[in-house]
Design a protein around this ligand. Structure first.
Ligand code: ADP
Length: 407
């Protein structure tokens, strides 16, 4: 019985006792009134309690309903976030059950099965199973690189801690193949560049050592060595120049200074300066400039492209004609450099744009090539969003076609 009820009952007792004493009401009537009074107080307080309990129940129901709606919404939000992640993602609970996963996780399956992924050691390919198992057993943060369908994935497991206990694990798989390939290429580039620089340096070093011998007095050899040293220094200079150019072009977005350029004029000027080289080898030169003359491009970089292609045409031709042509249609602006030189094998045609690639080391070295000219051409055409194609036949000649998209 609460305090209020006791207080009311005590007051009622007091009133009835006073009534009995001062108004001389019969004791039976007082007892009757007291019983009725007690009953009334008791009933009203019980009714209040029942009302409060029913209100509490209603509130509880409301709370339960809203918290289950909250939980549902949170689950939906989580599902949406997970499905929008651009890489495979899995959420596993503390019992190893797969709670959530997105569409990209399909590549982690054993076959093309569409069944729901349910448990860490079901349905997944072996490497993934072993990672999920480790995440489940170790309950720790983990990182591992694995190969799936010839691509490299960095797998990262993050434990989900709820109320201080392991509540499962979030596992993401990030495709790092491009980054690794970039790293590999960088390493190969450094190795190739060092190798290319080492050769002329050791030639110069050897010759200087001989020239410096106290007993060396062969004037003929000295003269010959001086010419060779000069050649090797020139070669070193060219390699360094090309490397610097390539490093500038390798920046993710090389800075191009676009303008409307009269390409016919630019070709004419660039090739004009190379005519003495063609004359030296008794090669003919032909310009076949058709279509639109104007092209929106970086004139300095395109000059370098024409120069590299025509110099190669001269280097790798012993006779015939070198032709530079242009034409255009609705889709492309074509720049074509054609020679009747030694040509290229099919398998070489795929690789000539790679850095330091030379078809025949001895022949290219003889011609003073390093294998960087065409990779510079490729970087420049890529930066212009243009396409470069090569068509060649051994001993018949080679044609390079650059297709600039019409803007
Ligand atoms: P290089 O400085 O060695 O000429 P490039 O990158 O310009 O380097 O060319 C790569 C290789 O492609 C050369 O070693 C050469 O064998 C081949 N090549 C390039 N242009 C021609 C061409 N017009 N005809 C035949 N072979 C070519």
């Amino acid at each position: 019985m609460n305090k209020n009820k006791l207080f009311v009952l005590s007051i009622l007792c007091l009133i009835f006792l006073l009534l009995e004493r001062f108004l001389h009401i019969s004791i039976y009537a007082v007892i009757l009134f007291m019983t009725l009074g007690f009953g009334f107080v008791w009933y009203s307080s019980e009714a209040k309690i029942t009302l409060k309990a029913s209100k509490d129940r209603q509130n509880l129901k409301k709370q339960l309903k809203s918290s289950s709606t909250d939980a549902y919404l949170k689950h939906k939000q989580m599902q949406t976030i997970i499905s929008m992640m651009p890489f495979p993602l899995i959420l596993m609970d503390e019992d190893g059950k797969i709670v959530l996963y997105n569409g990209h996780a399909a590549i982690l399956r054993k076959g093309n099965d569409e069944r729901k992924l349910t448990y860490f050691d079901n349905d997944f390919i072996e490497q993934v199973q072993s990672i999920l198992k480790d995440a489940y057993i170790l309950e720790n943060k983990m990182e591992k690189i694995i190969k799936i369908n010839e691509r490299d994935y960095q797998c990262c497991c993050v434990p989900v801690i709820t109320h201080g206990h392991f509540g499962g694990s979030l596992i993401i798989f990030q495709d790092i193949s491009n980054a690794l390939e970039g790293e590999r290429m960088q390493k190969r580039f450094i190795a190739d560049a060092s190798h290319e620089l080492k050769t002329p340096i050791s030639v110069i070093k050897g010759m200087v050592e001989i020239l410096n011998r106290p007993d060396f007095d062969d004037m003929e050899t000295q003269k010959d060595f001086n010419i060779q040293i000069q050649k090797e220094v020139l070669r070193l200079e060219n390699i360094v120049k090309d490397l610097l150019e390539l490093s500038k072009l390798s920046v993710s977005t090389p800075i191009l200074h676009y303008e409307n350029v009269n390409l016919h004029q630019l070709i004419h000027d660039t090739c004009h300066s190379l005519i003495p080289l063609m004359n030296e080898k008794k090669l003919q030169f032909k310009e076949n400039l058709e279509g639109d003359a104007m092209l929106y491009c970086d004139p300095l970089k395109i000059t370098q492209v024409i120069n590299n292609l025509v110099v190669n045409a001269i280097k790798y031709s012993e006779s015939g004609t070198i032709e530079v042509a242009t034409r255009s249609d609705d889709n492309f602006y074509y720049l074509i450099v054609k020679d009747q030189g030694c040509g290229l094998f099919k398998e070489d045609q795929k690789k000539i744009f790679d850095r330091f690639y030379r078809v025949s080391n001895s022949r290219s070295r003889q011609k003073g090539g390093v294998g960087l000219g065409l990779s510079i051409v490729k970087s420049i055409t890529d930066a212009h969003d243009a396409i470069i194609e090569v068509d060649s036949k051994i001993n018949e000649g080679t044609t390079f076609t650059i297709k600039f998209k019409m803007k």
